[in-house]
Design a protein. Structure first.
Length: 318
């Protein structure tokens, strides 16, 4: 549903549904979901290119500030002002902490001890946690068994794509693995908390959140990494800029649009779409090999995504 925006960045509340109107979905909504998956799928290969010569804290801060600057330029061209009230910035700060700053730092630390394949599998449990939180606690939208089945199929497809060897070795670094699960729970909570921001223009929410996240990490970056002493390669700089604009700015903007149109459970389905897209980008950009079980895993992933995104109304007998 389209929504108008006031000069202060607030959407017209009267035009916002209390919860996503699942029966009104059309191909454009699913195109947005696919676009979101494409934006966020570029995170892994781009981060790998950048982190070769840029430390994690500096990298995350830089990409966040680049993304914020890009979105503020768009808002300036549109004549939309960022809200200045404490309530709005408290929401932006909370959302950024649980959706980006905390989970990304935790996962970055954990990857020192947990293989990448295990990390992918553990991070793919976000839709399951979102289902459990929605079903047992918030109940803000229908949490059907079909959506749970979709989440489980998507997880199975992820394991098949990454390789069954990813299941071996679980428990050897239990603290780091639990940390990754905490990060995925944080992601799940962020998709639910993000609904509280539906009264604001998605670009305003993305810009405010990214600015806060970049500024929070700037002091530790200056103190610990001392960016002026670094010698990043042109490839790393380009990857950071592209990731800031595509993954962070456009991705976060699409994320809030999808939350408003599709709800939390369906929006989480993009997490599984990112797996095959991310594999394709890794093969294209990094020259990595194609997983032998990609076809089977892709079938399971697409079945899971279909189960998670089908509107509830279409399942009712007429």
């Amino acid at each position: 549903m389209p929504q108008s925006t006031s000069p202060t960045g607030r959407a017209t509340v009267s035009q916002l549904p209390s919860m996503p109107a699942t029966g009104a979905r059309n191909w454009r909504d699913y195109a947005l979901l696919f676009a979101l998956a494409c934006c966020w799928s570029s995170t892994y290969p781009l981060a790998k290119l950048a982190l070769d010569t840029i430390p994690p804290v500096t990298f995350i801060s830089a990409r966040s500030l680049i993304a914020a600057a890009f979105l503020f330029a768009i808002l300036w061209m549109r004549g939309v002002r960022i809200p200045t009230d404490a309530k709005a910035w408290k929401l932006f700060a909370t959302q950024q902490l649980i959706n980006s700053t905390f989970p990304f730092l935790i996962i970055t630390w954990s990857q020192q001890y947990v293989p990448a394949s295990n990390t992918v599998v553990l991070a793919s449990t976000t839709p399951i946690f979102a289902f459990l939180i929605t079903s047992l606690i918030t109940r803000h939208e229908p949490a059907t068994l079909l959506k749970l089945l979709g989440a489980l199929l998507g997880l199975a497809g992820t394991i098949v794509i990454v390789g069954l060897d990813a299941l071996r070795g679980f428990g050897s670094e239990i603290v780091a693995e639990i940390a990754i699960l905490l990060a995925t729970i944080s992601f799940a909570c962020a998709t639910i908390f993000g609904l509280r921001l539906s009264e604001y223009d998605p670009i305003v929410v993305a810009a405010g959140s990214l600015l806060f996240g970049g500024l929070v990490l700037l002091p530790p970056s200056l103190i610990v990494d001392q960016p002026w002493t670094l010698h990043p390669t042109p490839t790393a700089i380009t990857a950071t800029i592209v990731m800031g604009i595509v993954s962070s700015a456009l991705g976060l903007m699409l994320f809030y649009i999808c939350l408003g149109r599709l709800g939390t459970l369906t929006t989480n389905a993009q997490g599984y779409l990112r797996i095959p897209i991310g594999v394709g980008l890794s093969v294209l950009l990094l020259g990595e090999s194609v997983p032998s079980n990609l076809a089977l895993g892709l079938v399971l992933v697409m079945a899971g995504v279909a189960a998670m995104t089908v509107p509830t109304e279409r399942l009712k007998l007429r």
